[in-house]
Design a protein around this ligand. Sequence first.
Ligand SMILES: Nc1ncnc2c1ncn2[C@@H]1O[C@H](COP(=O)(O)OP(=O)(O)OP(=O)(O)O)[C@@H](O)[C@H]1O
Length: 241
Amino acid sequence: MIELTDVTKSYNPTVKAVDDLTLTVRGGEIFGFLGPNGAGKTTTIKMMTGIAKPDKGTIRINGRDIASSPLEAKKQFGYVPDSPDLFLRLKGLEYLNFMADMYDVPKETRKERIDGLARRFDMSGALSDPIQSYSHGMRQKIVIMGVLIHDPHVWILDEPLTGLDPKSSYTLKEMMREHADAGKTVFFSTHVLEVAEKLCDRVAIINKGVVLFCGTFKEMQERFQSDMSLEKLFLELTDDE
Ligand SMILES: Nc1ncnc2c1ncn2[C@@H]1O[C@H](COP(=O)(O)OP(=O)(O)OP(=O)(O)O)[C@@H](O)[C@H]1O
């Protein structure tokens, strides 16, 4: 579960990147975080993961406050950033073992996890190559694998499908569904609204730091008394004209 209460963040005195945001993401659901460029999605995610500090408000991950219990909170989630910095000189397998060390994944289980993830993401043949030789999509996949290696309860994914080929994208979406169906939490941001419409149990739409809607796609259609697609409703909601 992720709970944000009255969270606000400004980078300068005139504009609030995130403005008094309150949001609860429950276990058992895939939650999509949608919004136009510059809406405040990454800023929110950075605060959820303890990378940026809110000016005001509280954030709890599975009940652990990210400000007062950062280590405990950080053990609860795995985070895929939108533009990850990678250890390019490491080989794929070295990187995965490094991540497993960081999260104290026991030696007995890590091989099984690495093999399983590599199989699902078609990366078995690439693990002995240096990451700097990887394509953009392969880099994205090794980051996702590194994040999932400690089997975190809460997944926080910033634009995770960008750059993935259709099969890997399908695999990740399938894994997100399995994770949520196991009662755990998946929170992800995306610009791909067709994916959000099909995959998410609930969505929040944010614009200029403010949540404009939070609920199921059906609730959104009811609210706007329309059978429009999520894409159309999104464009209507976020149209500033
Ligand atoms: N480090 C920063 N310094 C100053 N302003 C920032 C910084 N990071 C973000 N902003 C501003 O905060 C606002 C929200 O940006 P943010 O990156 O959170 O949006 P986003 O919804 O993730 O956008 P995108 O979809 O383009 O990735 C924007 O106005 C942006 O210009």
